[in-house]
Write a protein that binds this ligand. Structure first.
Ligand code: ZN
Ligand code: ZN
Length: 349
């Protein structure tokens, strides 16, 4: 059995917007149904920034160890765990502790279970060197997969993949991605293409080459286009079959409802500060339009999302950083200066 220390380093904050400090804390001991994972990498998600800022104050439990995109290997196994071996690669996603016995769990919608708890929000997350997790919650990562590349798939990757599935856009049909040049959008272009969808990317003109390079078929300048609704309809011959909204803007969501094709689906992922939008219900009814939300994905969705990366058809642009750099990355996120996924490399502590 590999040696596990008694204490470890963790990035902790005691107050929202407060200092992020590296502290020496005890290494968790796995319960009978849990495994202990040595975390090698942890992606820095935009939600981590919002949790630190107190936007999820109602459910957050201070002090908090953030992080919910962890990857590493199993170093201890609880005695009733059947599905893990020491040394196997494991992933830690955001939502866990589902009951496996309610209507939602039985249908494979675990994130909707009433018992769900989220790593890095209401229980300690992946900005620590070791973490305990139930054997049934941890994600199996293929031995061939690069752990640094796997980390962002546990939240960002599965979020976009699930949203695309929820759009019910079929191969050969058209999907519009708003905010396509950002972190989630850049992954979504690749997933959509891999799923056979034709992509219209909408973002700032400066992101045009980036989006087209990733596989978008068309690009629309979000700020320089006079009438976005008309332009999308014209380009897509009556509107796209689905829209995934990654833009943190009310107008982008309202436009999507206007330009989506009859019987089309608008999937909302980004959460702007003012998250209320105005909808012309007559337009919605007469055109049989669906508007829905999508949040992360099930354990199976995570497995499926990983498979695309393993096969090399979705690439995750990552930048490795140190645990002590997380605060600086949050700042860059606030300034919109992050282009690739920042991933904490625990070997750099
Ligand atoms: Zn996340
Ligand atoms: Zn349940």
């Amino acid at each position: 059995m590999s040696k596990v220390p008694l204490t470890q380093k963790a990035l902790v904050f005691d107050a929202f917007n407060g200092p992020l400090e590296i502290r020496e804390i005890p290494v968790g001991v796995p319960e009978d149904d849990e495994i202990l994972v040595r975390i090698r990498y942890s992606g820095i998600c935009h939600s981590d920034l919002h949790i630190w800022m107190g936007d999820l104050e109602a459910i957050s439990k201070l002090p908090i160890i953030g992080g919910h995109e962890g990857s590493g290997e199993v170093v201890r196994i609880g005695k009733s765990v059947k599905n893990w071996e020491i040394g196997e690669k494991a992933g830690i996603k955001l939502m866990n502790f589902n009951c496996n016995n309610c209507e939602y769990c039985k249908k494979g919608h675990e994130p909707l279970c009433h018992h769900i708890k989220s790593y890095g929000v209401d229980c300690p997350g992946t900005y620590q060197e070791y973490i305990t997790i139930r054997g049934v919650d941890a994600t199996k990562i293929d031995p061939e997969m690069d752990l640094a590349e796997a980390a962002p798939i546990l939240c960002a990757g599965v979020t976009v993949y699930k949203a695309l599935k929820e759009s019910h856009v079929l191969p050969g049909q058209i999907v519009v991605l708003t905010g396509a040049g950002g972190g989630l959008g850049s992954l979504a272009i690749q997933y959509a293409k891999a799923m056979g969808m034709r992509v219209v990317a909408i973002d700032h003109e400066s992101k045009k080459e980036h989006c087209l390079g990733l596989g978008a078929e068309w690009f629309i300048d979000a700020f320089g286009t006079k009438d976005i609704v008309e332009r999308v309809r014209e380009l897509t011959n009556g509107g796209p079959h689905g829209v995934i909204n990654f833009a943190v803007a009310k107008k982008a969501m309202e436009n999507a409802v206007q330009y989506v094709r009859k019987r089309g689906t608008v999937v909302l992922v980004a959460i702007p500060k003012d998250s209320k939008i105005e909808i012309d219900t007559t337009h919605l009814i007469f055109n049989m339009i669906t508007i829905k939300g999508s949040i992360v994905g099930s354990r199976l969705d995570v497995d499926e999302a990983m498979e695309f990366v393993k096969r090399g058809i979705v690439k995750v642009p990552i930048e490795l950083v140190r645990l002590q750099d997380v605060r600086e990355i949050y700042q860059k996120m606030l300034e919109g200066k992050i282009s690739s996924r920042a991933v904490v490399d625990f070997s750099l502590i």
